[in-house]
Design a binder for this molecule. Structure first.
Ligand SMILES: NC(=O)c1ccc[n+]([C@@H]2O[C@H](COP(=O)([O-])OP(=O)(O)OC[C@H]3O[C@@H](n4cnc5c(N)ncnc54)[C@H](OP(=O)(O)O)[C@@H]3O)[C@@H](O)[C@H]2O)c1
Length: 276
């Protein structure tokens, strides 16, 4: 039996993850802004489900909940930074408050959760961090810049930390879902529309664009979180959904081609060796 820590467990992928883990007999420390949303699971699973209220943008509260979870549960094997949301709108249409709230939730909170759990994971001799990323950490869609900024940032942070903590037996796996049928798109914010950006207005995401299944995506997240890392197991970045696989591949190929074409022009910035 493993013990997991999950943020944003009230609905969507976080709730599905909590349900699937409990169903297979694991123990879950589930956190949610409104913990009563997990009352039904608590009634069904008793003390295999530990629940605390947590708005992940409250750094002090998040640290206190993490400390309490390790103190009360002992070992925690997997930490899933799942809470997140999106805001639609061109960069110029967004409010300052949108910028602050989205980066606080999707990026700063993941950084702070990681920093809060690391001393505990080191003390117990290892563990796994699972910051929930996205194909949106590689590809971009207009009118979704804040979300992309948060997920590209999350991956830069997570990849760096992975190298820092590998000697402690701590590793990092980044699930990268495509568009999944969760409550994400209904919950997303929409900035007030400015007529200059009419070319970006209109319907955002249709249900048929969301080709990912919530339960199958979570099953993939669990398989990835359970497996050893490559070369014997999963890659660090685990694509979930055919859309993610196709779009990320195409975008990486374009970036690789672009980088490889610049051998000569990039070298023009190098120090010119002094003549002998
Ligand atoms: N669905 C997709 O297509 C998709 C694709 C790639 C990646 N992802 C990522 O997957 C993760 C989960 O998304 P989802 O699809 O499950 O979305 P969702 O159905 O909208 O669920 C989002 C969860 O995050 C919680 N949350 C939001 N802000 C929070 C805060 N400040 N503190 C605590 N909890 C907060 C929500 O809690 P409340 O109930 O309190 O609002 C909810 O439990 C996100 O990181 C998202 O970026 C989703």
């Amino acid at each position: 039996m493993k013990t997991w820590f999950v943020t944003g467990a009230s609905r969507g992928l976080g709730r599905e993850l909590t349900e699937q883990l409990l169903a297979r007999g694991d123990r879950v420390a589930a956190t949610a802004r409104r913990p009563e949303q997990l009352d039904d699971l608590r009634a069904a699973h008793g003390d295999r489900l530990w629940v605390r209220a947590l708005d992940v943008t409250d750094t002090a509260a998040q640290r206190a909940v993490v400390d309490a979870a390790f103190a009360e549960l002992g070992r925690i094997d997997v930490v899933v930074a799942n809470a997140g949301f999106g805001v639609f709108g061109a960069a110029e249409e967004l409010e300052d408050a949108d910028v602050d709230a989205l980066l606080a939730t999707n990026l700063t909170a993941v950084v702070q959760l990681t920093r809060a759990v690391l001393p505990h994971l080191r003390a117990q001799g290892g563990g796994r961090l699972v910051p929930v990323s996205s194909m949106g950490a590689h590809v971009t869609f207009p009118a979704f810049s804040l979300y992309h900024a948060s997920k590209w940032g999350l991956e830069g942070f997570a990849e760096t930390v992975a190298a820092e903590v590998a000697p402690f037996g701590i590793d990092v796996v980044l699930p990268e879902p495509g568009m999944i049928r969760t409550t994400f798109f209904d919950a997303a914010g929409h900035a007030a529309e400015h007529p200059a950006y009419e070319h970006l207005h209109g319907p955002r995401v249709a249900v048929e664009d969301m080709t990912g299944d919530q339960a199958r995506t979570v099953a993939g997240m669990i398989r990835a979180a359970d497996a050893p890392l490559a070369p014997t197991g999963v890659p660090r970045r685990v694509l979930l959904g055919s859309d993610a696989q196709a779009l990320v591949s195409a975008s990486q190929r374009r970036r690789l081609d672009e980088a490889e074409e610049q051998v000569a022009s990039a070298a023009e910035a190098d120090v010119v060796p002094a003549a002998c």
